[in-house]
Design a protein around this ligand. Sequence first.
Ligand code: TYM
Length: 341
Amino acid sequence: MKRRVFSGIQPSEVIHIGNYIGAVKRWVALQDDPAKDNIYCVVDLHALTVKQDPEVLRERTLELLALFLAVGLDPAKSTLFVQSHVSANAEGAWLLNCVTPESWLKKMTQYKDKSAKQAERGREGTVLTGLLDYPVLMAADILFYDTHEVPVGEDQKQHVELARNIAERFNYHYGETFIVPEPVIAKAGARIMGLDDPTVKMSKSMAHVQGHAIRLLDEPKQIERAIMRSKTDSGSEIRFSADPAKAGVNNLLTIYQVLTGKTRDEVEQDFASARGYGDLKKRVAEVVIAEAEPVRKRFAEIATDRGELERIMRIGADKARAISEPRLADVKRKMGLLLPM
Ligand code: TYM
C-alpha cells in the first residue's frame, strides 16, 4: 500500500524561499515517488486565525493554487485542494477538540510567540480562540486523510507531534482509528533564516520588511538586491558553521546547497577560491534567480486562467472529500453521534 503524504501552506502572503525550500520544493519531488500518495492543501481556514482582508484572502487563495501549479505540482499526480472547500477538515477539528486537553495547546511554542506579539498591540491585537486551536485544525487535516508522512519545515514539527498525541489519545479512548503520522523534516533547509537578521526564522509575517525575505514571485533585481545586502559578519571564511556569529553565511550556503542539490563538501569546494562574501552572494543570487524566474513566468500565464483554476479546485475537493468523509463518519459513529440514515 502507498504511504499517504499530506502537507499544507497558508495563503497569508506570497510564499518565500523558506516555505519553498522547507516544504513546497520537496512536495514537487515527492510526486514522482511511486510509493507515495500525495495531498497538498491551501489552508485558508488557518489564515483566518489572524485578521484578514476578505478580498485579499480570496485573491491570495487563488494565487497560491496558481503558484502550486507554477512550481510543478501536478493535479494529475497529487490531490490539490482548498481547505474550506471540504467541510471534513473543520468538522474533524471540532471532534478532535473534544479529545484534546487545553493545556497541550497553551504549551505550543508558536502560540506562545504569536499571542505574546499580538498582545503587545493592545486592542488591535486581540488573541483569537482560533489561534489557540490552530494546531487541532492542522491535526484534523492530517488525521482525517489517513496520513503517514507530513513534510514540513522545522517550525511545524511540534504541531505534527501534537497531531500524533491526539491520534494516540483518540485511539486509546475509542479504539484503533487514526494512523499516527510522522513529521518529515529535511536535513538541510528546514529553517531558512531572515536575510536581514539571520538569528530569526524567515517568516511570512515579516515578508513585507525590506530585505527580510525573498518571495518566490520577486523580480530578479529585487532578489539580487536582497541577497547582496544580506547580513553576514566581518570575516571572510566561506564554510558551513553552527557559530551564531556566522549564521548569515551559513544561511546563504544552505540556500545554495538545497537549490543546487550538492553536498556540503561540494558547496565548500565551489567557494574555495572565492574572494569574499561578495562572490558568495553573487553566486547565491544567480542560483535563486535561476530557480525563481521560470516559476514567475509560469505563474503569470497560469494565474490569468481563472476557469482552469476553478476546475482544478473542484476536482481536488472531490478527491479530498472521497478520502476524508468515510473517516469522518467513522469517528462520528465511534464518538456516539447519531448518523443520519
Ligand atoms: P506555513 O504556511 O506557515 O508554512 C508552510 C511551510 O513552510 C515551512 N516554513 C519554513 N521552512 C523553512 N524555513 C523557513 N523559514 C520556513 N518558514 C515556513 C513550514 O514549516 C511549512 O511546512 N500550519 C501550517 C500549515 C498546515 C499544515 C497542515 C502543514 C495546515 N495544515 C497539515 C502540514 C500538514 C502553516 O501555517 O505553515
